[in-house]
Design a protein around this ligand. Structure first.
Ligand code: HEM
Ligand SMILES: [Cu+2]
Length: 547
C-alpha cells in the first residue's frame, strides 16, 4: 500500500478537538421537508427512519408482554382468556424478533455509521437502502393487519400442521408480513457487503476495520444466506393454506417435521443476526471507555465469522425431541457446543481489554458490562440446553424462555442501548444527561434479572411455556417475575424520556466527546449531508489509543 502524502494525512488517533465546521448544513438541516425525509437516500436519515419504526414496533410488542406478565400474576390467569393469551405471545414474538431485534443495530446504527466508519459518502446502493425501509414498513402493515383483524395464535415459530391447516386464516397475512420483511433484511445485507468491499477509504485495510464493521459484515453474510430459506418456508405455509398443496400436513401427504427443519435452518442463524451486531457495539464501547485497543483484535474479528459459519450447522438442537434420530441429536449437540467457543473467546477478550485499560464507568460502559454478565448466563444455559439429556427435560419450559431472553434482551438490547448512547451525540448533536443515563442502565439491569432469573427456576421445576394458567406452587416466582418486569418497563421509559429531552435541552455535542478513534468522530456532530469534505486517508490500525 502506498504511504499517503503528508499533506493528505488525517490524524485519526488524535483527532482535532474541534473538527472544522462543515460548509455544508448537517444532515438534519439540509432539507427539513417531509419529502426530504421520505424520499431521502442519505444513509443517516434512513437510519433515523428505522429508529422511529422499530421503536414503534417495540412499543406494541412490549405492551403485549406487559399484558402477559399481568395475566400470569395469578395461577388461573384472570386478565385474558387462553386464546387471547396465545395471540399475545405470538404478536410479542413476531414483532420483537423480526420487527425489532433483527433490524435494530444493523438498520439503525449500522445504516447511520457504516459509511462514516469507512470514510465513505454513503452505502453502495443508497436507493436499495431506502427501498429496504419501505419494504419493512409494508411488511409491518401486513403483520399489524393480521393482529387487528383477529390475531394469530400459532406462536412466532408457526409450527405446522397447526399453522398451515387448523389455526385461523390470519396466518396468511402474518406470514406474508414476515416473508416481505425478509426482503428488507436481504437488501440491507447485500448493501452492507458491497459497501464494506467497495467503499473503504484509502488505507483502511480489512485489518484496520473497526470491529463494529466486522460484525456487521458477518451479520450481512448470514442475512443474505439464511433469510431466503425463511421466506420460502413462509411461502410454503401460505401455499398449503391457500391451495391445499400437501407440504407439511400429513393429512395431505406432507411432513410437519420438514417445517421445523426449514424454520430452524433459518432461525438458528437468525439468532446470530440478532446477537452479532451487539458484539460489534460492545467492542466499540469497551475500546472507547477503556482507552485501549481491543485485546486480540483479529481473533475477535474472526470469531464473528466463525459464529456466522458454525451457526448454520446447529439447527437440530431445537429438534431433539421431534423424533429425529439419536445420532443426529448427538452430532447437533456436539456442534452446538462448538458455537460457544468463539462466543467465549470474545467475552474473554473484552474482559482482558478492560483489565489492560483505564475504565471509565460511563452509561455506555455500564450497558456493556451488563451485556457481558447477562450474555454469559445466556450462553452458559445454552450449553445446558445443547446437552441432549438435559434438553429432554427442559425443552418447551420457561428455562428456554429465560435462556433466550438473557441473550436477546440481556445481550442484544443492552448492546443496542449502549451503542445508541455511545453514538447519540454524533447522531443528534446533543449530549444526554449522564446521571440519568447511569440510573436507567442500572434499573434496566436490576429489572431484567428480576424478571428472567425466576424463569430459569420455573422452567427447571417444570412450568411449560405458552400457558396462561399454572399450578399454585409456581405463583411466587411468577409474581417476582412480573414485579421485575415492572421495574424493567420503568427502566426502559427513562432513556426514552431523557434522550428525547436532550434533543431540546441537551448540551451541544462536540465532534468527538469521548475522544474516540473511529473515522465517524472526525466529522462534525451531527455530520454534514455528505459526511466528509475530503476523503480521509487512514494510516493506522483501529483503536490506536496512546493516552
Ligand atoms: C452458546 C450458544 C448457544 C447455545 C449452545 C444455544 C442453545 C440453544 C438450544 C439447545 C435451544 C433449544 C432449547 C429447546 O427448545 O429445548 C435454544 C433455544 C433458543 N435460543 Fe439459544 N443457544 C445459544 C445462543 C443463542 C443466541 C445467541 C440466541 C439469540 C440471539 C439464542 C436464542 C434462542 C432462542 C430464541 C431459542 C428458543 C426458540 C424457541 O423455541 O422459541 N440462543 N438455544
Ligand atoms: Cu438454536
Amino acid at each position: 500500500m502506498d504511504k499517503p502524502a503528508d499533506s493528505q494525512r488525517r490524524d485519526i488517533h488524535h483527532p482535532p478537538r474541534e473538527v472544522e465546521p462543515s460548509a455544508e448544513p448537517s444532515y438534519l438541516e439540509h432539507d427539513r421537508s417531509l419529502k426530504g425525509w421520505l424520499l431521502t437516500t442519505d444513509h443517516k436519515r434512513i437510519g433515523i427512519l428505522y429508529l422511529f419504526t422499530i421503536t414503534f414496533f417495540f412499543g406494541i410488542a412490549a405492551f403485549a408482554a406487559a399484558m402477559m406478565r399481568a395475566d400470569l400474576t395469578t395461577p388461573q390467569g384472570d386478565l385474558v382468556i387462553s386464546e387471547t393469551y396465545n395471540k399475545l405471545f405470538t404478536i410479542h414474538g413476531v414483532l420483537m424478533v423480526w420487527f425489532f431485534l433483527v433490524p435494530s443495530i444493523p438498520a439503525v446504527l449500522g445504516n447511520f455509521l457504516l459509511p462514516l466508519m469507512l470514510g465513505a459518502k454513503d452505502v453502495a446502493f443508497p436507493r436499495i437502502n431506502l427501498a429496504s425501509w419501505y419494504v419493512f414498513v409494508a411488511a409491518g402493515l401486513f403483520t399489524l393487519y393480521a393482529m387487528v383483524a383477529g390475531g394469530v395464535d400459532t406462536g412466532w415459530t408457526f409450527y405446522t400442521p397447526y399453522s398451515s391447516t387448523y389455526s385461523n386464516g390470519h396466518v396468511i397475512s402474518m406470514a406474508m408480513g414476515i416473508f416481505i420483511a425478509g426482503f428488507s433484511s436481504i437488501f440491507t445485507g447485500v448493501n452492507f457487503i458491497a459497501t464494506v468491499h467497495k467503499m473503504r477509504a484509502p488505507g483502511l485495510t480489512w485489518g484496520r476495520l473497526p470491529l463494529f464493521v466486522w460484525s456487521l459484515y458477518a451479520t450481512s453474510l448470514v442475512m443474505v444466506l439464511a433469510t431466503p430459506v425463511l421466506a420460502i418456508t413462509m411461502f410454503l405455509v401460505m401455499a398449503e393454506r391457500l391451495f391445499g398443496v400437501g407440504i407439511f400436513d400429513p393429512a395431505l401427504g406432507g411432513d410437519p417435521i420438514l417445517f421445523q427443519h426449514l424454520f430452524w435452518f433459518y432461525s438458528h442463524p437468525a439468532v446470530y443476526i440478532m446477537i452479532l451486531p451487539g458484539f460489534g457495539a460492545i467492542s466499540e464501547i469497551i475500546a472507547t471507555f477503556s482507552r485501549q485497543r481491543v485485546f486480540g483484535y483479529s481473533v475477535v474479528a474472526f470469531s464473528s465469522l466463525a459464529i456466522a459459519g458454525l451457526g448454520f450447522l446447529v439447527w437440530g438442537h431445537h429438534m431433539f425431541v421431534s423424533s429425529q434420530s439419536v445420532y443426529a441429536g448427538l452430532v447437533f449437540s456436539l456442534l452446538s457446543f462448538l458455537v460457544a467457543v468463539p462466543s467465549a473467546i470474545k467475552v474473554f477478550n473484552w474482559t482482558v481489554t478492560m483489565i489492560l485499560g483505564r475504565v471509565q464507568f460511563t452509561t455506555p460502559l455500564l450497558y456493556a458490562v451488563g451485556f457481558l454478565g447477562l450474555f454469559t448466563i445466556g450462553g452458559l444455559t445454552g450449553l445446558f440446553l445443547a446437552t441432549l439429556a438435559v434438553d429432554v427435560h427442559v425443552h418447551d419450559t420457561y428455562f428456554v424462555v429465560a435462556h433466550f431472553h438473557y441473550i436477546m434482551v440481556g445481550g442484544m438490547v443492552m448492546g443496542y442501548l449502549g451503542g445508541l448512547h455511545l453514538w447519540w451525540p454524533k447522531i443528534t448533536g446533543r449530549m444526554y444527561h449522564e446521571w440519568w443515563g447511569r440510573i436507567g442502565a442500572t434499573l434496566i439491569f436490576i429489572g431484567f434479572n428480576l424478571t428472567f432469573f425466576p424463569q430459569f427456576l420455573l422452567g427447571y421445576l417444570g412450568m411449560p411455556r405458552r400457558y396462561h394458567t399454572y399450578p399454585e406452587e409456581f405463583q411466587f416466582l411468577n409474581v417476582m417475575s412480573t414485579a421485575g418486569a415492572t421495574i424493567l418497563g420503568l427502566g426502559y421509559m427513562l432513556p426514552l424520556i431523557y434522550l428525547i429531552f436532550s434533543l431540546w435541552k441537551g448540551e451541544k455535542a462536540p465532534a468527538n466527546p469521548w475522544r474516540a478513534t473511529g473515522l465517524e468522530w472526525t466529522t462534525p456532530s451531527p455530520p454534514p449531508k455528505h459526511n466528509f469534505e475530503k476523503t480521509p486517508v487512514v494510516d493506522r490500525e483501529a483503536y490506536a489509543y496512546e493516552d
